[in-house]
Ligand binder design. Structure first.
Ligand code: PMT
Length: 405
């Protein structure tokens, strides 16, 4: 019989105030099912949503709610509790709690425990979608992630407030699975991954440009999946309206030439380059400095070819592992294999694009091709595909025996 995934792990479960606090009761059971020993700390606001008695019954241990609980301090004081923990998991983690953790507040028991413990900390955020998207919350999470705090979730879906979007607490089983995965060795620990995403805009004049329908979702999902796999990630992004995934260093560019400079400049410091950007193949020969006027006659726009960023990297001696994309409307496999060979790639992810396909939408389907092999990845959310792609990239990187070439 295989050992339980969290056998013997001492988990200090912090519960902060929010409607999702009721799910933490089930979480205690699932953590114990996975073999963990669980002790629970409630913030004052959490205790308004759920009772300490519930958690005491489910964890089999007294529940702490305050720094100033004399009987508890005499038995297992907060410093002992901080030392006892192998892992601190905070679920749900409210926007307020994340702000207090980011700034090192120690004005309640949970904040004090996090500061006083050497155990790894994981937070599972849960809040209204606007609060989740707010720049203050993002900045707090960036600070926490930069200090090594693991961020598990959130999920997207319908919210208790009646809105729909990102900010739901992960489902309890998913949360436990992610905690287990996060504690194990990760596929891309120590690996530096460069990702490009989104479209490029090629200016015609100060108000017009040639662009394309890429939303950036595919590339952003890859960057997020690579961080989750342990990589250090740089994301070169064309003009998109997406929030930067946590833990990712983002470089914003506009045109193909700017993207080329950013990618070629960063590539030598990376082990892998995944080129998910829809780079414009052509740009106007000359961008007009002033707005072009209507002349009453037809106009011809002269276009010149843009540099092919991937092909250029494919020819360089000290190149990272190169993963391209192929966006095709017809003969997917044939055209993608041509690009694989022509650009000297290690792997290419081919996707059919067109009306409601590939671009813009939340789902995609990929056909992975490499010299001598192929693997279709069936239609799924881009985040799911990104995780699968990152796993295949890690396999290829490890198969060739390490990081940089
Ligand atoms: O952004 P989304 O809305 O989520 O859509 C995702 C996507 C469809 C844009 C993405 O999955 C995708 O297919 N990206 C690559 C689009 C593309 O430009 O494909 P291509 O077949 O034209 O180019 C082949 C490869 O060469 C790509 O990796 C591309 O990044 C790269 N390239 C292309 C032209 C160029 N001048 N330089 C390049 O490096």
């Amino acid at each position: 019989m295989s050992p339980l995934p969290l056998a013997g792990l001492r988990v200090l479960l912090g519960v902060s105030g929010g409607i999702a606090a009721y799910k933490a009761a089930e979480l205690v059971r699932r953590l114990r099912d996975a073999g963990a020993e669980v002790r629970v700390v409630l913030t004052a606001n959490a205790a308004r949503f759920v009772t300490a008695l519930t958690f005491q019954a489910l964890s089999g241990h007294p529940v702490r709610t305050s720094l100033w609980d004399e009987s508890a301090e005499a038995a297992m004081g907060h410093i002992e509790l901080a030392r006892w923990a192998d892992e601190i998991l905070i679920a749900p983690a409210s926007a307020d709690l994340l702000a207090r953790l980011a700034h090192g507040h120690a004005d309640d028991l949970l904040g004090t425990l996090v500061l006083a413990s050497a155990a790894p900390v994981s937070v599972a955020p849960a809040m209204n979608r606007q609060m989740w998207a707010n720049a203050a919350t993002r900045a707090n999470l960036d600070l926490l992630a930069a200090r090594g705090v693991r961020v598990l979730g959130p999920a997207a879906g319908s919210q208790a407030c009646g809105e729909t979007g990102e900010g739901r607490l992960l489902e309890v089983d998913d949360l436990v699975a992610r905690l287990v995965a996060a504690r194990g060795p990760r596929m891309l620990d120590g690996v530096r991954v460069l990702v490009s995403a989104g479209p490029t805009y090629e200016d015609i004049d100060p108000v017009r440009f040639i662009g394309n329908r890429s939303s950036g979702r595919m590339g952003f999902a890859i960057a997020e999946a690579a961080v989750a796999a342990g990589a250090t990630v740089t994301l070169v992004a064309g003009p998109v309206a997406l929030a930067t995934p946590l833990g990712v260093t983002r470089v914003d560019v506009r045109s193909a030439c700017e993207m080329r400079d950013a990618v070629l400049g960063a590539a030598p410091a990376h082990d892998v380059f995944i080129s998910a950007a829809a780079v414009g193949d052509y740009r106007p020969a000359q961008a007009s400095a002033s707005k072009l006027k209507k002349t009453g006659q037809s106009r011809t726009l002269e276009l010149v070819q843009n540099p092919d960023i991937l092909a250029e990297l494919g020819q360089s001696a000290a190149r990272p592992l190169l993963v391209g994309f192929a966006a095709e409307t017809d003969e997917l496999e044939r055209h993608a294999r041509e690009k694989l060979e022509l650009k000297g790639l290690d792997l290419i992810a081919a996707n059919q694009v067109g009306e409601r396909l590939g671009f813009e939408c939340a789902d995609n389907a990929l056909l992975l091709l490499w010299p001598g092999g192929r693997e279709p990845l069936a239609q799924a959310d881009k985040r799911v595909l990104a995780t699968a792609l990152v796993a295949r990239v890690a396999e290829r990187l490890h198969a060739r025996g390490g990081q940089s070439r």
